[in-house]
Unconditional design. Structure first.
Length: 362
């Protein structure tokens, strides 16, 4: 019988590290673990969604299988593991998934297995053709994904990928624990501290772009998904919880592959009230355009803000995370360059993202 709930009873001091939403970025996970330098006594939780979105699901899966051999390691199921498990089963809606795969909204484990068999996704002829290419490796992965637990009770905390509600039935409503969209908003007040991934923390804020976990103290939730595999600003987060002599402290380690740069010259931007176009409230209208700048109004908040004119279409197509955070930095200050669009650079400065002119960091 598959055990969907794990309980770890700890009575002494401990270090707990929780990492979620690796999304097929094995290199980020390896880099994070090298940075953390865990001991065998430290508890490590991979809180689901280690597959899909990045191109590297097979290699990440293999690494996860090796990683779980270390002591005190718990690999949990996310909605993407559940998704792949269902689509490789006999009861899957094969035609629907076949059309999904052909549309290529993002990289998937099954897509990688197809290409590993020497067939491009464009060349797939039918669902039967697709499933015939998954092979024994796919069946073995599917069997493993079935075994992954959903809930982890650790000390006085609950760890679950999507969200927790005591009224949900784990046996019949498993997917609701894994894909609990808008959990930070829809959740009841939790009796225990509940740690979740699934929903990028950057999408839980409206006036700054940051991947720092969000602690909703009112509802007793910590959301930790750093958005890796979604858009260019994504990072991998590791939430560390350490208990020493009864005192609990939390800290954060982040890992990314942004390029470190130094500001070479100043540029004077106008500053204005910050607006972040998050997933839930991304709509805006253009009021006027003059040269490189456009004046816009955020639909949900009614606030006016500025946009580089050449970025309006990429923003509308969700190719860019956009926040009107224009950074007036001194020469010599350090930033991490996330990406460059046109002549503008989106950079991480401290914990938040904002804009510089590209020629400031050349």
């Amino acid at each position: 019988m598959i055990k969907k709930t794990l309980t770890v009873n700890v009575t002494d001091d401990y270090k707990l590290v929780v990492i979620s939403d690796v999304h097929a970025h094995k290199d980020h996970l390896v880099g994070m673990l090298e940075k953390l330098k865990l001991t065998d006594e430290d508890h490590l939780v991979i809180l689901g969604d280690f597959l899909n979105r990045g191109f590297g699901s097979i290699e990440t899966y293999k690494y996860i299988r090796e990683l779980e051999k270390r002591p005190n390691t718990y690999i949990m199921k996310g909605n993407h593991e559940s998704f792949m498990q269902r689509q490789m089963s006999e009861n899957s809606d094969s035609q629907e998934f076949f059309e999904f795969l052909k549309a290529k909204p993002y990289d998937t484990l099954i897509g990688e297995l197809v290409m590993k068999a020497g067939v491009s996704i464009d060349a797939l002829e039918s669902p039967d053709h697709m499933y015939g290419l998954i092979g024994q490796e796919g069946l073995e992965i599917q069997s493993y994904l079935k075994t992954l637990p959903i809930l982890l009770y650790f000390d006085d905390m609950i760890l679950v990928h999507g969200g927790f509600d005591p009224e949900l039935d784990l046996e019949t409503e498993e997917t609701k624990f894994l894909k609990f969209d808008y959990y930070n908003k829809r959740s009841k007040v939790n009796d225990k501290l509940t740690i979740v991934g699934h929903w990028p923390v950057s999408e839980l804020r409206e006036d700054q772009l940051t991947n720092v976990p969000l602690h909703n103290k009112e509802k007793n939730i910590i959301s930790i998904d750093g958005g890796l595999g979604g858009r260019p600003t994504g990072e991998l987060n590791a939430l560390m919880i350490e208990k020493t002599a009864g005192v609990v402290e939390k800290s954060l380690v982040q890992y990314n592959k942004f390029e470190k740069k130094t500001v070479q010259k100043q540029h004077k931007f106008k500053t204005e009230p910050l607006v972040y176009l998050n997933y839930e409230n991304e709509a805006f209208e253009v009021l006027s355009s003059e040269g490189e700048w456009s004046r816009c109004r955020h639909t949900a908040r009614g606030i006016e803000f500025s946009v580089f004119t050449s970025l309006i279409e990429p923003i509308r197509k969700w190719q860019i995370n956009y926040v009107n955070n224009f950074l007036n930095l001194e020469v010599g200050e350090s930033v991490e360059v996330c990406c460059v669009y046109d002549t503008y650079a989106l950079v991480k400065y401290g914990d938040t993202f904002g804009w510089l002119m590209e020629d400031q960091i050349l």
